[in-house]
Ligand binder design. Structure first.
Ligand SMILES: [Zn+2]
Length: 95
């Protein structure tokens, strides 16, 4: 978050009214994108919703979601994979 400036600059050209704009040099696009992600992460970790943050129930459990109801996977893909693995385990244990 600290690698990019967070203060908006005051700009004016003498023809239009002064305005505020955050500097976004094209040479620092990656830094700005990472700073936005870091800021959003910090906001999430310090918000009331932080208590709902939980690891996805599907291995390797390196993704996270905000728990809502009975939801236990970060994506439909993870849920489908877990259900398929469960069905495969049931099928192979019957043979
Ligand atoms: Zn997942």
């Amino acid at each position: 978050m600290s690698r990019v400036p967070t203060a908006s600059l005051l700009l004016w050209d003498g023809k239009t009214a002064p305005c505020r704009a955050a500097p976004h040099p094209t040479t620092a696009i990656v830094e700005h994108a990472l700073a936005l992600i870091a800021t959003d992460t910090a906001d999430l970790l310090t918000a009331a919703d932080a208590a709902r943050l939980t690891a996805c129930a599907s291995p390797p459990r390196n993704r996270f979601l905000l728990k809502h109801g009975r939801r236990q996977w970060c994506s439909t893909r993870c849920g489908d994979r877990a259900r398929a693995a469960r069905a495969y385990a049931r099928r192979t244990s019957m043979e």
